[in-house]
Design a protein around this ligand. Structure first.
Ligand SMILES: Nc1ncnc2c1ncn2[C@@H]1O[C@H](COP(=O)(O)OP(=O)(O)OP(=O)(O)O)[C@@H](O)[C@H]1O
Ligand SMILES: [Mg+2]
Length: 111
């Protein structure tokens, strides 16, 4: 199991408004699977990826990443998880255009 979400949601308080960025979501990402996240603009795709990537944390529910329950981890443990287990490949910006796709992926290991 790569990641598991149980009733995970994300809300933002903007002034006196509560914005629901992700409705309660339950699903499991398994190793070896190809998962596509599709939905209209504003439906919460980036929020979902950011939650799984431990860039932001759930407002409700329980999230496991790489077998670890995120709420139970210290800031340092979450930083270690991000460093060792999580990677983002962006579609446009953040890629180095002189490099091949493979070299862009490998660049993190060059130093
Ligand atoms: N930091 C934030 N503060 C307030 N509202 C936010 C924040 N992040 C996201 N939202 C809101 O949550 C909703 C979901 O946003 P999200 O960016 O996850 O959607 P998306 O599916 O990735 O959209 P797109 O297809 O346009 O990339 C939107 O209404 C958005 O305005
Ligand atoms: Mg998005």
């Amino acid at each position: 199991m790569i990641a598991k979400l149980e009733n995970v949601s994300k809300q933002y308080q903007v002034g006196d408004q509560t914005i629901v960025a992700l409705e309660k979501t339950t699903f499991t990402l398994n190793e070896g699977e190809l998962t596509l996240i599709i939905g209209p603009s504003g439906s919460g795709k980036t929020t979902l990826l950011s939650l799984i990537g431990c860039v932001i944390y759930p407002s409700t529910g329980t999230l496991w990443v790489d077998g670890q329950e995120i709420n139970s981890l210290s800031q340092n443990q979450k930083a270690a998880l991000r460093l060792n287990s999580i990677g983002f490949v962006f579609q446009n910006f953040n890629l180095l255009s002189p490099l091949t796709a493979e070299d862009n992926v490998m660049v993190a290991t060059y130093s």
